[in-house]
Design a protein around this ligand. Sequence first.
Ligand code: ADP
Ligand code: ASP
Ligand code: MG
Length: 441
Amino acid sequence: MVLVLHPPPGRDGMTTVFKFGGASIKDADAIRHLGDLLRQLGTRPDVVVVSAMGKTTNALEALLAAARGSDEDDYRQQLAALRSDHLATVEALFSSHNNAVGERVEALLNDLDACHRQYRDDERARHYDQTIGYGELLSTTIVSAWFNEIGLVCDWHDACRLIITDANHQAANVDWAETSQRLQALASGRMVITQGFIGASTDGVSTTLGREGSDFSAAIIAHCLDADEVVIWKDVPGLFNADPRRFDNARQLMKLSYDEAIELAWLGAKVIHPKTLAPLRKRHIPLKVRSFETPDAPPSVISQHGDDDPTPACILAEEQVLLKIQPRDFSFMDEVRQHEVFGRLVDAGLHANLIDGGAMRLSLCLDAHPARLEPFVEQLTADYVLTRHDDLTLLSVRHPTQALLASLSADREILAERRNTQTAQRLFRTEECPETWHIPE
Ligand code: ADP
Ligand code: ASP
Ligand code: MG
């Protein structure tokens, strides 16, 4: 059966998916603000996808490390902090007669504790996926209860029963046919609220889609329901030509093509998860990026009708590592060698943000992701001489000019670079980079 749409006043027949990230629900005031925003909008989304509150996912990753370590007190303290943070939000939102929400939160945290005990000796990626999604389970429990409390009637759904994936833990691949079937069978006249970031394999084992994956969850749902639009609500008014928190003259891009947005996200523009655009592009579903802080401001709209502006866009990726890889036997870094190194890179779950090569050298710029990077480095050292630079910043520029690159680079040493007709990338030492950047006019 097809999803029965909530009839939104004035926009009959539109299917809309909203996504709210951690900052929009970081505490009780933020959740109240969100409820007010939805009530004032006039139109209701059919599905609301919600991330974990604030920085909960980081806290859950730290809890995972503690659970796999030997300091039981540290683990207990971290779990207690998660409990008190979430219960403080519940207490601030609900009067004492509504302690059912507090009980559900307590029950989820007890389940989380049990999960850590069950999986602590299991493979890390599997343990990760059984526990990290609790941030979203907790947040959606609280937010859906608040919506119902204020008359925004909604049904809570477990994304593990909706988003079906393979068992590739921490970067699960969507089973589109099964997920479409599950979502379309979700007959409801009411607003659906579900978790971003998580899913499950067909045998019911929890999986995650990758950090920051809630944007992607919203796109998956929109694709499977053939929705009319997706709105991701951010703490910035839209998609800018640079991170407005790092560039003092960044400006909003109002109309963008899927292709251009994919390039920006792929280069690391953190505002949209890179996997978000493809499922929308396939069905021509526009993506709006709007601000929950200033909802009246015009959004950025990403669609097939982009008005791509050839003015430059800058993307910063920090905490980068440069690895120069040379065969120990002085052989060429030919296709066979490259194939071998990239095979190991894929197995390690790493992505090269910049690739540069020479006759006997391959240089890779990678995220400093210790759990993935260190085993990769250790494995390579048997066959290759490695030269490594840490604490680097990668600047990527779309539509660069030579003058602009020279000005942005100042007199800093460039540790690696790459350029094609559309994009230039340069790698610098972070300590030599400014805190606030400026795009030369
Ligand atoms: P959410 O938790 O809702 O997914 P994110 O923190 O992931 O939100 O994304 C919003 C942040 O992305 C903004 O606070 C902003 O600092 C950052 N950002 C990075 N690049 C851009 C850009 N090009 N345009 C807008 N925001 C950007
Ligand atoms: N909560 C997850 C994270 O912080 C997913 C998301 O927010 O998009 O990575
Ligand atoms: Mg995000």
